[in-house]
Design a protein around this ligand. Structure first.
Ligand code: NAD
Length: 519
């Protein structure tokens, strides 16, 4: 089945069979509107996380290829930035339609390379598609400001203009959504773009390029290079790249923010997280437990907004056994198997790291009330599976609390009051997301007012804002000034030019130069 899918993608020009590598296809670069074979000798294997079979090989693009991609974006910028805004809008109208029609194909690629379930992979595409849909309203989003008669016969107006060549560097966990947070916003505003997708699952991004061609986007407006740290450093240093959007881990995010900023670029870095869900004893028990389980274990916990830490307040702690029962009932299997709740984690390395963090929790005194290590999935014995795992009695000085686990592991803490819960969360260095479960409006209001986290849910476990707002993670989860998509995304990808003009009906001739400021 996977082979058939790959054949399909080969036919579509997304990947090519490389004869010297028997049946393993290679992923191409996308430069100036064409899918091209890399000349590199350095390749990265992409494994299907459910089987660990190699599904494609990704090139570490050569310096010359990366320069070509930037040159192509720079050249395309000349015409693209001058194209009428209505023409750019038309590309987005067509693009959103084409993505919607290809959601299932995109989802299949995501499941093969990333491991999440097919339905969750469609959600991955949908959340990116919503950004493209929002980009269709660029005619309102890019409006400038005017103020006539600011002084006698003097008007001031400002435009929002593109920056030039922009770049995007993306993580493995949302192979469609996160590239779609970046290049559609950049290009609809008149920029061009160079994307470096995650080297662990580039397939969906390549399909998105194919669809972009179909939507009539001119060659060079978006280009894709592949690689790891060297490609990232190239992007940080290349003087023709004016802005970098990054989503991924803390280590890479800080490196890119610092190196890119030092080179005078705008950088927005969305990084790691530790999202707490506060469970009040007055919450709707049934809904809360279901929401907690869904948000902790969905996508095998590999979401930056996964609700990975539950804070039970007072008597809510007594719901733990029910929580365990619900988590235990989840079905773990390969993502394409019907009825699967969540699939494998991305790699054997990630699996080991997660298992080590679970063990560290036990060693430091936490109780493992549900242990998913050692899970075997019949038919997929080589896959990177971990079953749902719950650690209780966790303390804030434990490694499993301090580090982002990014796996199907829910850790739980217990406090006596809402104030204690708020204090605990505010002391955590991350500020990506949080949620409270309660039926009391005053409790919810107090929580939203006092919590120092950028995205807050009230009876909403994963409060990711839709694209008319922006993705507003804060503190340790974000570096930069303007967030992704929404108005802040527009600000990130534009610079303001302000024109002050004077037109008088009859010319006034000044007898001498005015050397002092007007008073
Ligand atoms: P990652 O940092 O390993 O990789 C992200 C990108 O950075 C990739 O393209 C990779 O090639 C590059 N990269 C990796 N290590 C690098 C290094 N040392 N130097 C330079 N570049 C490097 O992240 P990942 O494992 O793919 O993704 C998971 C992480 O992303 C988690 O921490 C998760 O919380 C975070 N994430 C955050 C958000 C958000 O919006 N805050 C969204 C999704 C994922």
């Amino acid at each position: 089945k996977d082979g058939l899918m790959l054949m399909n993608r080969v036919r579509n020009g997304v990947v090519a069979w490389n004869r010297s590598m028997s049946v393993v296809p290679t992923t191409k670069l996308f430069i100036n509107g064409k899918f091209v074979d890399s000349k590199t000798e350095d390749w990265i294997d992409v494994h299907n996380p459910a089987t660990n079979e190699v599904v494609t090989r990704v090139p570490k693009a050569t310096e010359a290829e990366m320069l070509q991609a930037v040159a192509s974006a720079k050249e395309a910028f000349k015409k693209w930035s001058q194209l009428s805004i209505l023409s750019r809008q038309q590309v987005m109208f067509r693009y959103q339609d084409i993505i919607r029609k290809n959601m299932k194909e995109l989802a299949k690629s995501i499941t093969t390379e990333q491991g999440k379930t097919l339905i969750d992979a469609e959600g991955d595409v949908l959340r990116g598609l919503q950004v493209v849909e929002h980009c269709c309203s660029v005619t309102s989003l890019q409006l400038g400001e005017t103020l006539p008669n600011i002084s006698k016969d003097l008007d001031t107006y400002s435009y929002r203009l593109p920056l030039g060549v922009t770049a995007g560097i993306t993580p493995f966990n949302f192979p469609a959504m996160i590239p779609l947070w970046m290049f559609p916003v950049a290009i609809v505003l008149g920029n061009t773009s160079v994307i470096k997708p995650s080297e662990r699952d580039p397939g969906a991004c390549m399909m998105l390029m194919e669809l972009l061609n179909e939507a009539g986007c001119p060659p060079g407006v978006v280009n894709v290079i592949h690689g790891a740290r060297e490609a990232v450093s190239f992007i940080c240093d290349n003087p023709d790249i004016k802005a970098i959007s990054f989503v991924g881990s803390d280590q890479a995010g800080k490196y890119i923010y610092e190196r890119g900023s030092l080179n005078g670029k705008r950088v927005q870095s969305n990084m790691g997280a530790k999202n707490h869900g506060v469970v009040m004893p007055d919450a709707n028990k049934e809904n809360t437990l279901n929401q907690l389980v869904g948000a902790a274990f969905g996508a095998a916990g590999q979401r930056c907004m996964a609700l990975s830490t539950a804070v039970f307040v007072g008597e809510a702690q007594q719901w733990l056994p029910d929580l365990v029962l619900r988590a235990k009932a989840l079905k773990v299997n390969a993502g394409h198997v019907p009825g699967t709740d969540f699939g494998p984690v991305i790699s054997a390395h990630a699996k080991n790291r997660i298992c080590d963090l679970i063990q560290s929790g036990i060693d430091e005194g936490a109780k493992c009330v549900l242990d998913g290590r050692g899970l075997r999935v019949p038919g997929f014995e080589k896959g990177n599976f971990i079953g749902p795992t719950i650690l209780t009695d966790v303390k804030t000085n434990m490694k499993c609390y301090k580090e982002e686990i990014f796996g199907p592991v829910l850790i739980t803490l217990h406090v006596d009051t809402l104030d204690e819960a708020v204090e605990l969360i505010n002391e955590n260095p991350y500020g990506n997301g949080t949620a409270i479960f309660t039926t009391n409006g005053a409790t919810a209001r107090k929580f939203t007012n006092t919590i120092d986290v950028g995205q807050v849910g009230v009876n909403v476990p994963i409060p990711v804002p839709l694209p008319m707002f922006s993705f507003t993670g804060t503190r340790g989860s974000f570096m930069g000034d303007a967030h992704f998509y929404g108005k802040q995304g527009v600000n990130f990808y534009t610079q303001v030019k302000t024109v002050t003009q004077m037109w008088r009906e009859s010319d006034v001739t000044h007898s001498k130069a005015a050397v002092s400021m007007p008073v």
